[in-house]
Design a protein around this ligand. Structure first.
Ligand code: ADP
Ligand code: MG
Length: 320
């Protein structure tokens, strides 16, 4: 492209809240054939809310919780109630800044629970948290987190399944309150809402002939429910991708010559943004994400991805 074309494209972009980092970027954007969206905070609002608290084994209709069948050390353990499950989860999450954690703590406070600060706290990236609370050691997170501690998560599977099919992020709560072993106490779930313009963004990109993907650390079932809501093919969903695996996933997608634009907002996404042919930071994106990006969308609107592609195609075509 001529310097003049580049200037026009860059200016039109800026006027539309689309910042191209340098003239070469305009050309790379035009050649993109695939768009990979991060889920949380990009396709969704990224504002989690606590929606469910359940005792493990509680009937789907919300009936009375069952007590652990195998007595022993459990006999003296506090009775499992929804309030106890939430108190454990909130206390453990009080040290975490993860949006999932903050929603649990806030939700607990709103329900009148006095949330005790965790005494010791460990973040297990992509899996959850482990913390020492006044009730003992607590785990809150995905199946892997609890299974790694030898906890059988099967008794909560039906509940987890149901919540995930609703597109919620369901988390297991385990506690070592009296015995030596962790026991499965319950399940909590947070939900996020899909951004209104995400549906139009995906359909617009697909109409243009672009392949649209979604990548997330969240589990497969939740990811698919969200993908379905926004119109992304289930085969184009990469779920359970750990923060430091996102860049590798991008490499995989691009290994056959695919030129991908990765759209993300979080710190976790920076390496993937840098790996993609075009990295695109969206909206309230973190400084790290913006630094790693080639394109920054000032508005928090996934439909602006389409705008960026249109602007680059149009300006380069006209003036060539
Ligand atoms: P995302 O890619 O959606 O930002 P993360 O990589 O941060 O997700 O987390 C992946 C999964 O790990 C979450 O869906 C959740 O199951 C679990 N997880 C991560 N952090 C926490 C936390 N603080 N509390 C409970 N679960 C967590
Ligand atoms: Mg994220």
């Amino acid at each position: 492209a001529t310097p003049a074309a580049t200037m026009v494209g860059t200016t039109i972009g800026a006027r539309n809240g689309v910042l191209f980092k340098g003239g070469d970027v305009l050309e790379t954007v035009r050649d993109v054939d695939t768009v990979v969206f991060d889920k949380t905070g990009t396709l969704t609002e990224g504002e989690m809310e606590l929606t469910d608290v359940e005792v493990v084994g509680a009937a789907a209709d919300g009936g009375a919780p069952e007590t652990a069948a195998d007595g022993g050390a459990l006999r003296e353990a506090p009775e499992l109630t929804e309030e106890y499950v939430l108190e454990l989860a909130a206390s453990a999450e009080s040290g975490s800044e993860h949006p999932l954690a903050q929603a649990i703590v806030e939700g607990a406070r709103e329900r009148g629970i006095d949330v005790a600060d965790a005494e010791e706290f460990e973040n297990v990236p992509g899996h959850g948290v482990r913390a020492t609370t006044p009730h003992g050691e607590v785990l809150v997170g995905n199946r892997k987190l609890l299974e790694d501690e030898g906890v059988d998560t099967a008794p909560a599977e039906e509940q987890m399944n149901r919540l995930e099919r609703e597109g919620k992020t369901a988390m297991l709560v385990g506690v070592r309150d009296t015995g030596d072993e962790f026991r499965l106490a319950g399940v909590v779930a947070d939900a996020d809402t899909v951004k209104e313009s995400a549906v139009a963004a995906v359909s617009g990109l697909r109409e243009r002939g672009l392949d649209v993907w979604m990548i997330t650390g969240d589990n497969e079932r939740t990811a698919r429910a969200v993908a379905e809501e926004v119109g992304i093919d289930p085969e184009n969903v990469m779920a359970g991708v750990l923060p430091d695996e996102k860049a590798e996933a991008l490499e995989d997608i691009q290994s056959d010559g695919t030129r991908a634009m990765m759209v993300g907002d979080g710190v976790n996404d920076a390496p993937a943004l840098a790996t993609a042919a075009v990295g695109c930071a969206i909206g309230s994106g973190t400084d790290v994400a913006i630094e790693a990006a080639d394109v920054t969308l000032l508005r928090d609107d996934p439909a602006d991805v389409l705008k960026a592609i249109r602007i680059s195609a149009a300006t380069l075509q006209k003036i060539k």
